[in-house]
Design a protein around this ligand. Structure first.
Ligand code: G1P
Length: 297
């Protein structure tokens, strides 16, 4: 199939959310509570990425979960007692917020990753549910605060270029070993044509400092490569390695998106995200501003 084949431009209707991770960096907070339920301002991490996906036109939501993650499906379910209580108290704003966090019937799908064998393995666990169509992946550890959601920006690029699109940002050289890193063919400042991908290279061998953040639009052909179960960096089955095998056979681009990225997989990024998101919330931004000023002095 030619790299410009129209079949590489099918609409993106499905999104995978890998949520099986243990969240050890937040212990003891995550002893009993999934890390994806930690709140940024008034909603949990998982809801932020769900909303970003919904804004981008995603219709079906696929969670790759694990043990002790039942709270995530509860969160998106219809909660009749809560809704009735809010209604009887006339708390209509709250009621609207609660309703807005429901996933409609028939649109949430769950599968399990029994063992933590890597991000690539987590995505492979959803292969049968996704079938033969392109899909998005959103990692709830990565939040983007932007006027237009990061995934919406990516879908716009996908509608032009087709194939595969990943969100990228520059990182300090010493941090390349924390991320998937791009080998760049050409770069117009926003759209980056990719000629290779390396998972967590040491700074001295990293092909660039442009890193993947947790947003992907991928063609289903990636499942074929994932099903080899080849291990890579850290002894894990890496999504980056499977994606690298698609390059040259179909379009593959990186998008330097507009917006601020927060790595909420660690405590400082999580706190920074809480500050940034609260400052954008009209209800509390003035008070939060004052608190920050107090502590700055
Ligand atoms: C994963 C990916 C990596 C990517 C990162 C973004 O790594 O393997 O390529 O840069 O997410 O957050 P992890 O954070 O799971 O180690």
């Amino acid at each position: 199939m030619s790299p410009n084949s129209p079949s590489y431009k099918k609409p993106i209707r499905k999104a995978i959310f890998p949520v099986a991770g243990l969240g050890t960096r937040f212990l003891p907070a995550t002893k009993a509570m999934p890390k994806e339920m930690l709140p940024i301002n008034d909603r949990p991490l998982i809801q932020h990425v769900f909303e970003e996906a919904r804004e981008a036109g995603i219709e079906e939501f696929f969670f790759v979960t694990g043990r002790h993650k039942e709270m995530l499906e509860e969160h998106f379910d219809f909660q009749p007692e809560l809704e009735a209580t809010l209604q009887s108290r006339g708390k209509n704003d709250m009621l609207a917020k609660v309703r807005d966090s429901e996933i409609p019937a028939g649109k949430l799908f769950l599968t399990r990753q029994p063992k933590p064998l890597g991000l690539g393995h987590a995505i492979w666990c959803a292969a049968k549910l996704i079938g033969n169509e392109p899909f998005a992946v959103l990692l709830p550890d990565d939040l983007v605060l932007a006027e237009q959601g990061c995934l919406t920006q990516m879908v716009n690029l996908y509608n032009e270029q087709g194939g595969n699109v990943i969100a990228v940002r520059d990182v300090p050289k010493e941090d390349t070993k924390k991320y998937g890193i791009l080998d760049i063919e050409s770069d117009d400042g926003s759209c980056v044509k990719i000629k290779g991908l390396v998972e967590k290279p040491e700074p001295d061998i990293a092909p660039s400092t442009l890193s993947i953040i947790g947003r992907y639009i991928l063609q289903p052909d990636v499942f074929k490569h994932l099903s080899n179960f080849e291990t890579g960096a850290g002894g894990e089955i890496q999504l980056t390695d499977a994606m690298a095998k698609l390059i040259g056979t179909q379009p593959f681009h990186g998008l330097r998106f507009n917006g601020n990225h927060f790595d909420c997989g660690g405590r400082t990024g999580f706190i920074e995200a809480n500050i940034a998101f609260s400052l954008c919330d009209k209800e509390i931004s003035d008070s939060v501003q004052k608190i920050i000023q107090n502590y700055a002095n």
